[in-house]
Design a protein around this ligand. Structure first.
Ligand code: Q9C
Ligand code: ZN
Length: 334
């Protein structure tokens, strides 16, 4: 299977994240990508398809912010990575602030996603990897893998969060739409709900979003991913949330995924994007499911049985020592 990774993706390395009231080592480290590459063999550098396919999903003011934030942070006299601390809660009127602390709060939904000077180039490279995998599949490959890092599914049209800046799954799905697929589906099997992806397509009937994830009653991102969120307007019924409890093992996860795959088949998608996170693994340091390395091949075979052209984009997975084997196991089943 062809796999894509841009060297710039390795250079975003926040020093720390806000965690339980203090600073902890950042979990989404460059070594994640190195571990995956070591396990899956050669990756290709994606062709640069420019900013248009990214701007098809993200707000131009947000893209400008991602590029400008590190400079504004330095101009404000700050060392280190840009981190927000004040947020306009839902319902505040639209504003276009100039001060970095206001701007970064406006475009963030959490304080755990620092914006380093390298964040833009790394996320741009990650988006280009997703686009390269999408175009490989559009050109006839049955499946392709984008080693996206930073990940993407927590990023919305105009906000970052959850270690994500650009929503690679959404960018891939939109590119498939723009290439002529009338209906596209996204299956999100990261441990966390993909709130950004859900938000981007919530009111659209042309892109189905199905997610199997830890119940947001107990887990991040808390405010999205509940079973009663089913889409709105033209998108009524094209969002499917399947929350699961701590301790979930293969049997229950597989059953939930089967429900998602059934819905995707009934929707009539012509192309599938999989947001794959290995943070469902039993030893993940920030998560609470109990899948084994071998389980990922089983889940992938169930997905492959749909027989849809499939783009896999990497999301989370923080047990670096097992990450390569987990990703390789998943890809082996496709
Ligand atoms: N440290 C992905 O798996 N956790 N993102 C915040 C406080 C954020 C995970 C808890 C987890 C984000 C792509
Ligand atoms: Zn995750």
């Amino acid at each position: 299977m062809r796999s894509f990774f841009h060297p710039a993706q390795a250079h975003h390395a926040p020093a720390r994240e806000l965690h339980n009231g203090g600073f902890a080592d950042y979990a989404e480290v460059p070594a994640r990508a190195a571990a995956i590459r070591a396990a899956i063999g050669a990756t290709q550098v994606p062709t640069d398809r420019g900013e248009a396919p990214i701007a098809a999903v993200h707000d131009p003011a947000y893209l400008a912010f991602l590029r400008d934030a590190p400079r504004l942070w330095r101009e404000a006299g700050r060392p280190g990575d840009a981190i927000p601390y004040a947020f306009p809660i839902v319902g505040r009127r639209p504003l276009a602030p100039a001060r970095i602390d206001a701007l970064i709060g406006l475009h963030s939904f959490d304080a755990t996603t620092p914006i380093t000077p390298e964040a833009w180039a790394a996320s741009y490279g990650s988006a280009q990897s997703a686009l390269a995998a999408t175009h490989a599949v559009l050109a006839g490959e049955r499946a392709a893998f984008a080693l996206c890092r930073p990940p993407g599914h927590h990023a919305g049209r105009d906000y970052c969060g959850g270690y994500c800046h650009l929503n690679t799954a959404a960018i891939a799905a939109q590119a498939a739409r723009d290439a002529g697929n009338a209906r596209v589906a996204i299956l999100d099997i990261d441990y966390h709900h993909g709130n950004g992806t859900q938000d981007i397509f919530y009111a659209r009937g042309d892109v189905f979003y199905a997610s199997v994830h830890a119940d947001p009653v107990s887990d991040y991102p808390f405010f999205w991913g509940h079973a009663d969120e089913r889409g709105k307007g033209a998108g009524e019924g094209t969002t499917l949330n399947l929350p699961l409890p701590h301790g979930t093992r293969l049997h229950a996860f597989r059953r939930a995924q089967a429900t998602a795959l059934d819905a995707i088949a009934r929707f009539g998608a012509g192309l599938l994007v999989v947001s794959f996170g290995a943070d469902t693994w039993e030893g993940d340091p920030i998560s609470h499911f109990a899948l084994t390395t071998a389980d990922y091949a089983v889940l992938a075979r169930d997905i492959a049985a749909l027989a849809l052209p499939t783009v896999v984009v990497m999301e989370g997975g923080y047990a670096v020592e097992a990450l390569g084997a987990n990703v390789a196991s998943f890809l082996s089943g496709l």
